[in-house]
Write a protein that binds this ligand. Structure first.
Ligand code: NDP
Ligand code: HSE
Length: 450
């Protein structure tokens, strides 16, 4: 039997996600009330334009452009506007007025998370953000609650649907990056300005959120190493598959010890990487997301599903609504965000991983031996080399010093054992300067192997 008063819910934004949240709250209100033990009343929906078309039917009398008044009368405020301002101002107002807040806004959390979490703790409220990473996929609550007793070592995440869709099309349909991006835009996956997806900014925001949560340490967005997929070519994707890999844009968050300084800390990075075809992440196709996680006791876990989409993301928001409403019914302060470990944030140079380097070289005796010597001189151990008869495109990222146009060339694909970023960078620089190397055409990290 429901005895608690109705809880007043304010929704800010009625776009792709907000309109679906409004519709689910209105349609499933009774069922949700049964789960919570209190009625859930959607008291208003703040938008910019009262006349804009909506993808679901929201009663006109609920729409308002007066977000401030709406927030001040609410028990729970859901922010689905996006961007930094006025979303930040509205969440601060909501927390200051004693409401619990729910947001899907990764850009805001990655840049102003500490300010919001601190205020929530001060006022005894709770900030929920399950939808901010991985859309419909439950990953925030598993990290915060289910794995709270374990030690997470590493996270490998495909956390941007647009880039995964693009790389998948390049791999399976033979598209160029431009063709695949056009298809992603047509299907509504890519943002109007896809720079945030293509250049890895969106994934870096999600990496900052995941790393902060997993390692109980605030990881500022500006300390997340970021490389996008703009320079990935069709040739790299084809060559990866031939070698038993697929190219994915990965968010890698790990706890490690810097080999140069001995300092233990957290490193978060986003970049394209080769993933073995046998790894579960290689099977993540289209615009789907997945988070593969390694923990001390739990071992390997993978969370997989729709990383975006209005109704899919609304599912995660509704889960937060139920949690927030239950907390109101039960009472007591919100649970503060845990940053007790406060580990140092390590730079990308602290990373030790495997690499695959593709070179165009002069096809004459002794060249392979010279290349092998260059690797060993810089402390990088070669694991495998494959050679094919090459052709000189002259468009490699790094033309070698001894480039003779008339000379026959070969393509070498060299896989390394684990090496430091620094040793690898020195090796690549030496290869670029070598008179037997025409061009260094690709350097990719290899992740998901021992
Ligand atoms: P949309 O751009 O589709 O919708 C934004 C909504 O906010 C619109 O209804 C707009 O009003 C309203 N709005 C904008 N400015 C104001 C303002 N100043 N005051 C009041 N309302 C305002 O965004 P999405 O629904 O796609 O995204 C919402 C959030 O969810 C973002 O943080 C996004 O990163 C996140 N997210 C989105 C996913 C997706 O698949 N779309 C997936 C995961 C997270 P109006 O309609 O009148 O213009
Ligand atoms: N642009 C994002 C993506 C939306 O492609 O994954 C979900 O955050």
């Amino acid at each position: 039997m429901i005895e608690y008063r109705n809880l007043r819910i304010a929704l800010l934004g009625a776009g792709a996600v907000g309109s679906q949240v409004a519709s689910l709250l209105l349609e499933h209100g009774d069922e949700l009330a049964g789960r919570v033990g209190a009625g859930l009343e959607l008291v208003g929906v703040a938008v910019r334009d009262l006349e804009a078309p909506r993808s679901t039917a929201i009663p006109q009398q609920l729409l308002t452009t007066d977000a401030h008044s709406l927030i001040l009368g609410a028990d729970i405020v859901i922010e689905l506007i996006g961007g930094i301002e006025p979303a930040r101002e509205y969440l601060l107002l909501a927390l200051n007025s004693g409401a619990d807040v729910i947001t899907a806004n990764k850009a805001l959390l990655a840049t102003h998370g500490p300010e919001l979490f601190e205020l929530a703790e001060q006022v005894g409220a709770q900030l929920y953000y399950e939808a901010a990473v991985g859309g419909a996929i439950p990953i925030i609550r598993p990290l915060r609650d289910s794995l709270a007793g374990d030690r997470v070592h590493r996270i490998l995440g495909i956390v941007n649907g647009t880039t995964n869709y693009i790389l998948d099309r390049m791999d399976l349909e033979g598209d160029s990056l431009e063709e695949a991006l056009a298809a992603a835009t047509e299907l509504g996956y890519a943002e109007a300005d896809p720079t945030s997806d293509i250049e890895g900014y969106d994934a870096a925001q999600k990496a900052a959120i995941l790393a902060s949560l997993a390692f109980h340490t605030t990881v500022p967005l500006e300390l997340v190493h970021r490389e996008g997929i703009a320079s990935i070519t069709h040739e790299q994707v084809v060559s990866a598959r031939k070698a038993g890999f697929v190219v994915k844009l990965l968010a890698v968050c790990e706890r490690l010890t810097d080999p140069a300084t001995g300092v233990e800390g957290v490193c978060a990075r986003v970049h394209p990487a080769l993933v073995p075809l046998t790894h579960p992440l290689a099977a993540v196709h289209g615009a789907n997301n997945a988070v593969f996680l390694e923990a001390e006791a739990a071992g390997s876990l993978m969370f997989y599903g729709a990383g975006a989409g209005g109704i899919q993301t609304a599912s995660a928001v509704l889960g937060d609504v139920v949690s927030a409403a239950r907390r109101h019914v039960i009472g007591g302060p919100g649970v503060a965000e845990s940053t007790h470990a406060d580990l140092p944030i390590l730079p990308i140079s602290s990373v030790v991983t495997r690499y695959q380097i593709t070179l165009t070289v002069s096809d004459r005796p002794g060249v392979l031996a010279q290349i092998a010597t260059l690797f060993s001189t810089h402390g990088v151990s070669v694991e495998a080399v494959t050679q094919s008869v090459g052709h000189d495109t002259g468009h490699g990222p790094s033309a070698g010093a001894g480039h003779h146009l008339s000379e026959p060339t070969a393509t070498l694909v060299i896989g390394t054992h684990q090496a430091t970023e620094g040793a690898l960078a020195d090796t690549v620089a030496a290869l670029g300067a070598s008179d037997v190397v025409t061009a260094v055409t690709s350097v990719l990290r290899v992740e998901g192997t021992e």
